[in-house]
Design a binder for this molecule. Structure first.
Ligand SMILES: Cc1cc2nc3c(=O)[nH]c(=O)nc-3n(C[C@H](O)[C@H](O)[C@H](O)COP(=O)(O)OP(=O)(O)OC[C@H]3O[C@@H](n4cnc5c(N)ncnc54)[C@H](O)[C@@H]3O)c2cc1C
Length: 489
C-alpha cells in the first residue's frame, strides 16, 4: 500500500483500466486521497488488454464530440507524460499512418480524409499518388491506388502506458487495490459520502470469467499465463469503502455498476454497454525491408476504423481489429474463419507476409454503447459516470484524466464557496479534506527509465511466469502485443 488509508477517501475510482488509472493519477496529483478498486488480479486486464496500441489523432471522430476534443488535448500531453513514465522512442514510435485506397470508391474518398485531417489541425497531412505511396511505403502491395499520409499517428507499447499511470498514481499517494470488486454503492446523504460494498474477486464469479475465457482460446493459451498474486498491490479486505466522490471507470461493466447504485442518475447518463469484439492476427516479423514502417489503415467508416496492419514496437506485424457486436462481456475467443480472413488480407496487402508465420491471435472487447461519443458526466451528487470509452481510450487517457479530475474538482469546489456563503447546490460536499479544498501545488514527478524492450523480453523469458519487473515491482503482462513481443523480440 502506498499511503496511510483514510477513513473516508476523497475519491474512489472503480476500475483499473487505462482510464481509471489515468483518473486516479490525476486526482492524486491534485492532492486528493484516492482509492482505486480493480476486480481482476492485474491492472489493465479489460478492454485495455485487447487494443491495437495505436496513438490516434482523432481526425475521424465526429466534429464537436468529447472524444475528438479529448484526443486533441491528449496529443498535447503525450510527450511530457510518456517521458515522465520513463518511456523512450523505443516504446512509443511516432511513425505516422497511411489511409490507403484499394478501389475507385475509396480513392474518391481520400480528399475528404485529407480535409478531415486538416480540420483536426494536422496540416502536414498530404495526399499521395500510387507512385508516391510506393516510395513512402515499399512494403505495400502495388495494387494500392493512393493514400493520405497522416504524420502524427503512432505505435505505442500498450501495456507500459497503463503501468506508467499506475506507478505514477502510487507515487502521488494513490492507494491501488486489486481483486477488489465493487458489488454495490449507496449514498449516505447526511454525511455526503458514498459507501461501496467491496468483494474480493477470488469469491466473485465476475473476476475470473474473463481470464478463463481467454484461456479457452488455443492461440492465447500458449501466450497468456496467469500467475495469480504476483503483483504487490493490496486487496481491499474490508467489506466497505467510503468516499466522497466515486468515479465509475468500470469499462464493460460500467452500465451494471450504474444499475447497482441505489440512487437514480440523471437521464443523460444512461447507457447500455454493447461489447464490440475486435480480433487480431499476429505475424512474426519477416526478414528484410518488407516490414511496413507506417500504420496501414483503410478508409474509416462511421462504425469502425477498419482493419489495420502495422509493425509493433517489438517488430511483429499485426492485422486487425474486426468490429462485431456480441452479448458476452467475457468471451474474448478468436474464431478460425475471422482469423483466416485477417490472415489472407494481411498477406494480400503486404506481400512480405506471404511466407511469414502467424505466431498467434488475440481479441479485445470495446466497451461500446448505443451512443457514438464518450459518456462522461456528474450523474448524481458526488458520482462521475465514465462510459463508452470504446475505441480510442488509450490515446485519449491523458485528456480523460484531466477532464474527469476537473469534474471531481468541480464537485469539491462548492464546499470552498459554502465556507464563506451558504450553498444550495446538491453536490455541496461538507467535510471535504483540507487537501481537497485547497489542492497543494502539483509536484513534478519523473519515474525511473523503463528498461529496453530487449531487457524486458530477457526477463520475461527467463522468469517464464508471464511477469516482468517495472519500477521495482513484479507485474503480470496483460497485453498480448507485449507478451507476444517479449516472447519473440
Ligand atoms: C479491439 C480494440 C482495439 C482498440 N484499439 C485502440 C487503439 O489503437 N488506440 C486507442 O487509443 N484505443 C484503442 N482501443 C480502446 C481502448 O483500449 C479502450 O478505450 C480503453 O482500454 C478503455 O479503458 P477503460 O479503462 O475505460 O476500460 P477497461 O480497460 O475495460 O477497464 C475497466 C476496468 O474496470 C474493472 N471493473 C469492472 N467492474 C468492476 C467492479 N465492479 N469493481 C472493480 N473493478 C471493476 C475491469 O476489470 C477493468 O479492468 C481499442 C479497444 C479494443 C477492444
Amino acid at each position: 500500500m502506498t499511503s496511510p488509508v483514510p477513513k473516508v477517501f476523497d475519491v474512489a475510482v472503480v476500475g483499473g483500466g487505462v482510464v481509471g488509472l489515468a483518473v486516479a493519477r490525476e486526482c492524486a496529483a491534485r492532492g486528493k486521497t484516492v482509492a482505486l478498486l480493480e476486480k481482476e488480479d492485474a491492472f489493465a486486464a479489460g478492454a485495455s488488454s485487447g487494443n491495437s496500441g495505436l496513438g490516434c489523432t482523432g481526425y475521424d471522430a465526429p466534429v464537436g464530440s468529447l472524444e475528438r476534443k479529448l484526443l486533441r488535448r491528449s496529443i498535447q500531453l503525450h510527450q511530457e507524460l510518456y517521458r515522465s513514465f520513463g518511456l523512450s522512442h523505443e516504446h512509443v514510435r511516432k511513425c505516422g499512418s497511411l489511409v490507403v485506397a484499394w478501389n475507385d470508391e475509396q480513392h474518391a474518398e481520400l480528399p475528404q480524409v485529407l480535409d478531415e485531417n486538416r480540420l483536426a489541425g494536422d496540416n502536414e497531412a498530404i495526399l499521395l499518388s500510387a507512385q508516391e505511396l510506393r516510395e513512402v511505403e515499399p512494403a505495400l502491395d502495388h495494387s494500392a491506388r493512393g493514400a493520405v499520409l497522416c504524420p502524427y499517428e503512432a505505435v505505442v507499447e500498450p501495456w507500459l502506458v497503463p503501468m506508467g499511470y499506475a506507478e505514477s498514481a502510487r507515487r502521488f499517494g494513490a492507494n491501488l487495490f486489486l481483486r477488489s470488486r465493487v458489488a454495490s454503492a449507496s449514498r449516505d446523504a447526511n454525511a455526503n459520502v458514498w459507501e461501496l460494498k467491496v468483494e474480493n474477486s477470488e469469491d466473485a464469479s465476475l473476476g475470473r470469467s474473463q481470464t478463463q475465457k481467454l484461456l479457452t482460446d488455443a492461440h492465447a493459451q500458449a501466450h497468456v499465463r496467469q500467475p495469480l498474486h504476483q503483483t504487490r498491490d493490496d486487496v481491499w479486505s474490508s467489506p466497505k469503502l467510503r468516499a466522497r466522490v466515486v468515479v465509475n471507470c468500470a469499462g464493460l461493466w460500467g452500465d451494471e455498476l450504474e444499475r447497482l447504485t441505489k440512487e437514480p442518475a440523471a437521464k443523460s447518463a444512461s447507457f447500455t454497454i454493447r461489447p464490440r469484439k475486435g480480433q487480431f492476427v499476429v505475424f512474426q516479423a519477416p526478414k528484410g525491408d518488407s516490414i511496413p514502417r507506417l500504420i496501414i489503415e483503410p478508409v474509416a467508416t462511421q462504425f469502425t476504423k477498419g482493419v489495420i496492419a502495422w509493425t509493433t514496437v517489438y517488430g511483429n506485424i499485426i492485422v486487425g481489429p474486426t468490429a462485431v457486436e456480441q452479448a458476452s462481456k467475457t468471451d474474448r475467443a478468436t474464431d478460425i474463419e475471422t482469423v483466416q480472413r485477417l490472415e489472407a488480407w494481411g498477406r494480400k496487402i503486404l506481400p512480405g507476409l506471404r511466407n511469414a508465420k502467424v505466431i498467434g491471435t488475440y481479441a479485445g472487447l470495446r466497451p461500446a454503447t448505443e451512443h457514438r461519443d464518450f459518456q462522461v458526466s456528474v450523474s448524481r451528487p458526488g458520482w462521475v459516470t465514465v462510459g463508452g470509452i470504446r475505441s480510442t481510450g488509450l490515446t485519449a487517457s491523458p485528456g480523460l484524466g484531466e477532464y474527469i479530475a476537473n469534474l471531481v474538482d468541480g464537485i469539491f469546489e462548492p464546499e470552498r464557496e459554502s465556507s464563506t456563503s451558504p450553498s444550495t447546490s446538491s453536490s455541496s460536499m461538507p467535510g471535504v479534506s483540507a487537501a481537497a479544498a485547497s489542492p497543494a501545488p502539483r509536484p513534478s514527478q519523473r519515474l525511473e527509465p523503463v528498461p529496453s524492450l530487449q531487457t524486458l523480453a530477457n526477463e520475461y523469458r527467463a522468469r517464464g511466469d508471464g511477469c516482468v519487473t517495472l519500477y521495482g515491482r513484479v507485474h503480470r503482462v496483460t497485453h498480448p502485443i507485449s507478451s507476444f513481443g517479449m516472447e519473440t523480440v
